[in-house]
Design a protein around this ligand. Structure first.
Ligand code: FMN
Length: 226
């Protein structure tokens, strides 16, 4: 993918990845300004470009734009205003049962693109159920990992295109599920909620611990000193 395939931000910029990573802040106040449809589409393309275990793509992404839906979602999120203000909020859900469904479209794409062989697909047909069944109750945790990786792609892509975001964990899962119409899907898990829009505030970086606190070499307890 080239930079030219994506719309530039309102300042005419598309940031490089290190700049987007370092510049991103959790923004809690957004302008009413809408996200242009082609920018929203690009955000979705960049989000689902995320990798997932066995390429399962077992995330379920719901984009909330309707004002009444936003109000309901904000209520589910302890009335956090960013959900009300942002023009679009992404709800990242994870389907721990996706691997039990029809994976044919995934296999077909891999083959059509010349990336997977029929033998690869036969291997996956055996390996995926074997691996997932070995997980037991951790299928939820594993599906959540994939959804969080996709959400991280969204957040950095948004920053790169001149938008701002806020990862949000502060919500009641059953309430969020009701808002997105998933109240009858007991296994569907909510991973994270991410409002996206144009920032109405600038926030400072609260900082990060020195590596010695939480980066180790070879084993836990052997701090990285570099
Ligand atoms: C998984 C996750 C959940 C978060 N949940 C919330 C939230 O519900 N509400 C909020 O205002 N900020 C939330 N934050 C933002 C953090 O407070 C913020 O990332 C942290 O203070 C560091 O600031 P920075 O993102 O600007 O670097 C969350 C961040 C992460 C990664």
């Amino acid at each position: 993918m080239t930079q030219a395939e994506f719309p530039a931000s309102s300042e005419g910029l598309v940031l490089d990845v290190p700049t987007a990573i370092l510049q991103r802040r959790s923004i809690k106040s957004f302008k009413a300004q809408a996200i242009e449809p082609e920018t929203l589409r690009s955000l979705l393309e960049l989000t689902v470009a995320a990798p997932s275990s066995y390429n399962l793509q077992d995330w379920r992404i719901v984009i909330i734009q309707d004002e009444a839906q936003k109000a309901e979602l904000a209520k589910s999120a302890y009335n956090q205003q960013q959900v009300l203000q942002a023009p679009v909020t992404f709800v990242f859900a994870a389907d721990p049962n996706a691997w039990k469904g029809d994976l044919t479209p995934i296999y077909q794409q891999g083959i059509q693109r010349g990336v997977w062989t029929p033998e690869t697909v036969e291997y996956f047909k055996m390996a995926i159920p074997k691996f997932q069944m070995s997980l037991g109750e951790r299928t939820r945790e594993y599906a959540l990992k994939n959804a969080m990786i996709a959400a991280t792609h969204l957040v950095l892509a948004a920053e790169g295109l001149g938008l701002s975001t806020c990862f949000m964990n502060g919500w009641i899962e059953d309430d969020v599920k009701r808002v997105i119409g998933a109240e009858n899907e007991p296994d569907l898990a909510i991973a994270v909620v991410v409002p996206v829009g144009y920032e109405a505030e600038s926030r400072g970086n609260p900082g990060r611990l020195p590596f010695a606190y939480n980066v180790c070499v070879d084993r836990i307890g052997n701090p990285y000193q570099g």
